[in-house]
Write a protein that binds this ligand. Structure first.
Ligand code: PMP
Length: 304
């Protein structure tokens, strides 16, 4: 169960957690067009801080724009609403879930007359794939489900309906005894996890798939910046399935998953079967950044 907090922001008002309800005929619930974000607030030495708030709100607005939904709030209003939601709930560390959805009105595919509603919920959420996953890495399988083609779903947008594909892949992975799925794009190259971007390390250099069929992950961008700041070489280029198998190291990145090492792909051990040295170094650097311990990246933190 989600760990309930006190209030949820709904269209400009704070509502008690248990009263944050929508009508069963809400349009998004039936047809899947909506936009959402996943953001984390970390407890730092200077109090709670939201990681890359502006970038997440910008992506939310861009997702809605791609989906053709007019959000009745500005970037600044949404950033403030997120800060206010954390304050009113009095949490130090939390996950933040803003959602833009089409509400109750008409039924049918034409959504022109449905209201665009916005909600923001926050709750404590620990390691998405578990503490053990962060420390020891996870086992993943290449999914039998293909990631969206860019002209089937809009992959730059974090659209609610995109996650039907993610759920098919995730549940297939879980039911066959793995922790997470890796999806290939329609051309057969490695795309991303069900809710994470992927990196490998090979011959001392980092490689991550280009921004075609994948979500432009904010953690992905952050890791690229942090790695380059550390003097590492990062390539954004096509990654084939068999290159994954012979990677020296591999890891997932995402707001929920943070930086989770991958120790096995399709029953093939990656590297030593333990999080590799570059993965461990980047994971440590990432946690230092989000916890406000690295002065080079303070501009990524919004202190509450
Ligand atoms: N890919 C997908 C499909 C995702 O859902 C996520 C999580 N938002 C990511 C990648 C990682 O994105 P971010 O680092 O911005 O959370």
């Amino acid at each position: 169960m989600v760990q309930a907090t006190k209030k949820i922001w709904m269209d400009g008002k704070f509502v008690d957690w248990d009263d944050a309800q929508v009508h069963v005929l809400s349009h998004t619930l039936h047809y899947g067009l909506g936009a959402f974000e996943g953001i984390r607030c970390y407890d730092t030495i200077r109090g709670p801080a939201i990681f890359r708030l502006a970038e997440h709100v910008e992506r939310l607005l861009q997702s809605a724009h791609i989906a053709g939904m007019k959000v009745p709030y500005t970037q600044q209003e949404l950033e403030q609403a997120i800060v206010d939601t954390i304050k009113i709930n009095d949490v130090q560390e939390c996950y933040i879930r803003p959602l833009v959805y089409l509400g109750y009105g008409e039924m049918g595919i034409n959504n022109a007359h449905n209201p665009v509603n916005v909600s923001i919920a926050v709750w404590p959420w620990g390691a998405y794939l578990g503490e053990d996953a962060l420390q020891n890495g996870i086992r993943v399988r290449v999914s039998s489900f293909t990631r969206h083609h860019v002209n089937v779903m809009m992959t730059k947008a974090k659209i609610v309906g995109n996650y039907a594909n993610s759920q098919l892949a995730k549940m297939e992975a879980i039911h066959s005894g793995y922790d997470e799925a890796i999806m290939l794009d329609p051309q057969g190259n490695v795309a991303e996890g069900s809710g994470e971007n992927i990196f490998i390390v090979r011959r001392g250099e980092l490689k991550t798939p280009p921004l075609t069929a994948i979500l432009e992950g904010i953690t992905r961008n952050s890791i690229v910046d942090v790695a380059r700041h550390m003097g590492l070489t990062v390539h954004e280029s096509i990654l084939s399935r068999d290159e994954l198998y012979i990677a020296d190291e591999a890891f997932f990145t995402g707001t929920a998953a943070e930086l989770t090492p991958i120790r096995e792909v399709d029953n093939r051990i990656i590297g030593s079967g333990r999080p590799g040295p570059m993965t461990a170094k980047l994971q440590e650097a990432f946690f230092r950044v989000v916890q406000g311990k690295d002065d080079s990246f303070q501009e990524w933190l919004t202190y509450i």
